[in-house]
Write a protein that binds this ligand. Structure first.
Ligand code: ZN
Length: 295
């Protein structure tokens, strides 16, 4: 008898679940942290490569394999690149919420976090006519109240936390502003820094990274090792890629090889995040309450 929680049952008797995810940040994150970079054309164009070139390349790649995944899009990015977000929707992919200007929730007041959520929702609705059911905290830096704010707005799931191999129901604590009709939990689909292309490829002198940019094959090896582990553990593998990084040609080639390998695994349920969240919700798991440390 293992001391670990029993693996979740996955559709079709699969042993594990997997999903590719894409964060269409463009310039938003840099501008939120350091608005003065707006004056730097080379820095800005490093980021705008995402919606301008990386995204179309990745959409073509996904279409070749007839797979549907998710693009998390900050509202500000949707307003600056409306055609890019409409292309994502037209290609049949899910659009997720990723803040307005990529604000880190842990750095915001509750009112500011709520405003960022509402502005992001309004922008995605206005630009692409979509109402996302999934959320990913910018910089994977959720606050302790994020789940409640999401539940109040009818989100099905979050994908920002790191305390599991598999999704779970995350309790949304009630607050003064929550209504009686708010859901009591959101599905949490955990992620991890090892499964992010940022750490492998991101470099902007003086702003991001050390200057060491990994070979795409090395990045793929790291991601495959995590996949092999989560497959054995019956967990849920979620890879996060940014079009301005993984949309570059050599990296996209390697990403396609990885996708082909996962598609060839008949014991892995490869699905969009929304489908994974709906499956987990259907299991009726008891919500987990997270307790912040007292210091
Ligand atoms: Zn992001």
């Amino acid at each position: 008898m293992s001391r670990l929680p029993a693996p979740l049952p996955w559709p079709g008797g699969a042993r594990a679940a997997a999903s590719f995810t894409f964060d269409l940040d463009a310039e938003s994150g840099l501008l939120w942290e350091q608005p003065e970079v707006a004056a730097r054309a080379s820095v800005i164009t490093h980021q705008s490569y995402g919606p301008l070139v990386g995204l179309p390349r990745l959409l073509d790649l996904l279409e070749r394999h007839r797979v549907r995944f998710i693009f998390f899009v900050p509202g500000w990015t949707a307003e600056r690149y409306p055609g890019a977000v409409r292309d994502v929707v037209a290609a049949g992919h899910e659009v997720g919420h990723h803040g307005y200007l990529h604000e880190q929730p842990s750095a915001l007041t509750e009112a500011e976090e709520a405003t960022a959520l509402d502005r992001g929702l309004a922008a995605l609705e206005a630009v692409a006519g979509v109402r996302p059911v999934g959320y990913r905290a910018p910089m994977w830096d959720a606050s302790w109240r994020t789940a409640s704010l999401l539940a109040e707005r009818g989100f099905l799931y979050d994908s920002s936390l790191m305390d599991g191999d598999s999704p779970y129901e995350l309790a949304a604590s009630s607050s003064a502003s929550s209504s009686a009709s708010s859901a009591s939990s959101v599905v949490e689909i955990p992620i991890h820094w090892a499964l992010d292309d940022w750490e492998r490829f991101a470099y902007l002198p003086g702003l991001v990274g050390s200057g060491l940019i990994e070979a795409p094959a090395v990045a793929r090896a790291v991601w495959e090792a995590e996949l092999d582990g989560l497959r054995a553990a019956g967990g849920c593998w979620v890879l996060t890629c940014h079009p301005f990084l993984s949309g570059r040609p050599g990296r996209a080639l390697e990403l396609e090889r990885l996708l082909e390998r996962v598609l060839g695994m008949d014991d892995v349920w490869l699905a969009p995040m929304e489908d994974i969240a709906e499956h987990v919700r259907s299991l009726g798991l008891p919500p987990r309450t997270l307790v912040p440390p007292q210091v």
